[in-house]
Ligand binder design. Sequence first.
Ligand code: FAD
Length: 308
Amino acid sequence: AFDVLVVGGGPAGAAAAIYAARKGVRTGLAAERLGGQVLDTQGIENLISVSHTLGPKLAADLEAHVRQYDVDLMDLQRAVALVPAQDASGLHEVRFESGACLRSKSVILATGARWREMGVPGEREYRGHGVAYCPHCDGPLFKGKRVAVIGGGNSGVEAAIDLAGMAAQVTLVEFMNELRADAVLQEKLRALPNVQVIRHAQTTRVEGDGSRVTGLTYKDRDTDAVHTLSLDGIFVQIGLVPNTEWLQGGAVELSGRGEIVTNAHGMTTVPGVFAAGDVTTVPYKQIVIAMGEGARAALGAFDHLIRR
Ligand code: FAD
């Protein structure tokens, strides 16, 4: 059995495994896809002290750093269930799709999240080439350019306000008749001269020239008329989904959005089970935050082990 078993191999899981292994405890890391969301990212410019890197390069660096330690690394392993220990001295069990089953004194859940996609033609093709999901990450790339934000909830309106400070023109596109964002955000949005809002519009296609985004086609849901906006970028802000389907109905408390609730030490509502990164309720989903959270969860797990 392990002392610390990390589930997930993104920035949070990698940091957790390194911190745990450095304590000299038996550490394992099992992940469906080592690297996580970082693998789907192009340029990264906000990982402090690394002024520029590429997603696949960072993923390889994370793995290489983990491999410098005595960590039992298991890639291509999808967890399907967590069975918490019966009592304080028992072992937690994680079951995998492959039929494998691992036991550990403590577990760190770091299964991350995924951006909800629009599911329209061109979206995947131009991901990282004008289609973006993270205004904190990619906003500065669109300085002086024309961008659209898809989604009028809090994250969409916050993104539009944020981008309006950099982009020349921001168009917010909402599917429903009304924005769902908080009134104070909507008020702030209305006060910005370079933002226009299009309501009751269904995005149907991302337009591009083969190498980059050139626009967005949408259908006016009132008239069925089809329009195309000329754009340099599209920020999709229709939700971030935590990878906790496999924990539904289990013992670990999830928020209304399905995110894992943790305390100040990164521990979940199950003693000895910790969580870190985008899968938790921690606000602002970023690499540097996920890494910090992974370190915190590992130190929390170690503290738990020495008191066990
Ligand atoms: P993830 O990276 O999501 O990793 C989750 C891990 O868990 C993966 O290994 C996954 O395979 C695994 N997993 C999931 N489910 C299971 C399961 N059931 N069983 C086993 N393993 C499982 N942040 C920045 O700071 N700067 C940027 O420039 C930036 N750009 C981004 C661009 C894009 C396109 C995207 C999508 C995100 C970007 N982010 C950026 C956000 C950043 O990638 C995330 O905040 C960060 O990766 C979260 O790390 P994590 O370890 O919590 O989760």
